[in-house]
Design a protein around this ligand. Structure first.
Ligand SMILES: NC(=O)c1ccc[n+]([C@@H]2O[C@H](COP(=O)([O-])OP(=O)(O)OC[C@H]3O[C@@H](n4cnc5c(N)ncnc54)[C@H](OP(=O)(O)O)[C@@H]3O)[C@@H](O)[C@H]2O)c1
Length: 332
């Protein structure tokens, strides 16, 4: 194929952002990658919403091909770890931000950033999981490392109807945890129960009446993709020795809390980063995702869109309107 389709983001001199479906040649791809991948699917994450809209200062150079995740087939490789025909997955490593990413039919990337597609998953399922699922899995692994087991008590998932939240809910429930899902969208209650949530906690209730450094000990663990007042409230409600995996900032980057939950209840705040996670940790996370996540739950979280629908989806995810995971068929 001499040319291929890509979604490019342009920034004008007045800093206005525009999107264009364009044809690229293979020569246009960055020369410093060592694996050429024919992309099958990409995704839309919150960070993609930022890159698509020029927000957050993530994209350094324009025109730019966003897309922080992709799954596809190796076409050629100068790195001996990969050969033509291998199925591979990329999440993170600032691909789609600093480097051209997955909203194209081809990408050229460094072998270090790839992992082999885990046995038991196809490329579409891998992208239904994507960065959101890897992050959810890394959060569950971190809670387990901190000694949080299902018998310790209920766990909380915030931003539950979003990408990370949906997959954290499904993973924790599949592992036998009793999951309470915090959502600002009551209409997602059936969806969240379908993923395995035992209880739904409206976001407004979680925000109402907070401010005390310690409250009743309600949760053994928490996966928080929201930050700010919700995270502060969760910390105040943790059981003695509980642990919170802090993943995101959909509700704000601040953390209006005190040291009291940490020094009186021995609560742990576990920082989760998926973008630069070490190769072995990423492979371990994908293996657990392949074994733990029921196929039906992967399908339940997923909606498939075409490349042309991505700009609108990026705006929707920033507005908190996306339920579950958006998978992008780059060849549709
Ligand atoms: N650390 C990492 O490696 C990593 C990886 C992936 C993502 N992240 C971060 O994690 C967060 C979630 O990412 P995502 O891809 O899952 O995004 P997403 O699909 O948009 O989910 C975010 C969810 O947060 C809730 N939310 C949105 N705005 C809110 C507000 N103002 N106050 C309270 N809750 C709000 C919504 O859940 P409800 O509708 O259920 O209320 C929304 O669905 C983002 O901040 C992202 O940057 C971090």
């Amino acid at each position: 194929m001499s040319s291929f389709r890509a979604l490019m983001v342009h920034r004008g001199e007045d800093k206005s952002i525009s999107h264009e479906m364009t044809d690229l040649r293979h020569d246009d791809l960055p020369a410093d990658g060592d694996v050429l991948v024919a992309i099958k699917y990409s995704t839309v994450n919150y960070k993609d919403g930022l890159c698509l809209s020029g927000k957050g200062g993530l994209v350094r150079n324009y025109p730019h091909v966003p897309g922080i995740d992709f799954a596809g087939e190796v076409v050629s490789s100068t790195d001996k770890r990969y050969k033509a025909g291998d199925l591979v997955v990329l999440t993170g490593w600032r691909v789609g931000e600093v480097w051209w990413g997955g909203y194209a039919q081809f990408a050229k990337v460094r072998a270090d950033w790839l992992v082999p597609l885990a046995d038991g998953l196809d490329c579409q399922q891998a992208m239904a999981i994507g960065t959101a699922g890897v992050t959810a899995m890394l959060s569950v692994l971190a809670l387990e490392d901190a000694g949080i087991t299902p018998d310790r008590g209920p766990v909380l998932v915030t931003g539950a109807a979003g990408g990370v939240g949906s997959l954290a809910t499904a993973l924790l429930a599949a592992r036998g945890y009793n999951v309470t899902a915090v959502t600002g969208r009551p209409e997602t209650a059936d969806y969240l129960r379908g993923l395995g949530a035992s209880d739904i906690l409206p976001r407004a209730e979680m925000l109402d009446g907070g401010g005390r450094p310690l409250e009743s000990e309600s949760w053994a663990g928490c996966v928080d993709s929201v930050g700010s007042a919700i995270l502060a409230r969760a910390l105040a409600q943790m059981q003695y020795g509980g642990a919170v995996a802090t993943v995101g900032l959909a509700g704000g980057a601040d953390l209006p809390t005190t040291v009291i939950p940490f020094i009186i209840r021995g609560v742990s705040l576990l920082g989760i980063d998926s973008a630069m996670a070490a190769y072995d940790r990423r492979v371990a996370a994908w293996q657990r995702l392949a074994s733990d996540l029921p196929t039906a739950q992967i399908a339940a979280t997923m909606s498939v869109i075409g490349l042309g629908e991505v700009p609108a989806a990026g705006a929707d995810i920033l507005a908190g309107k996306v339920k579950g995971r958006l998978v992008v068929d780059v060849n549709a």
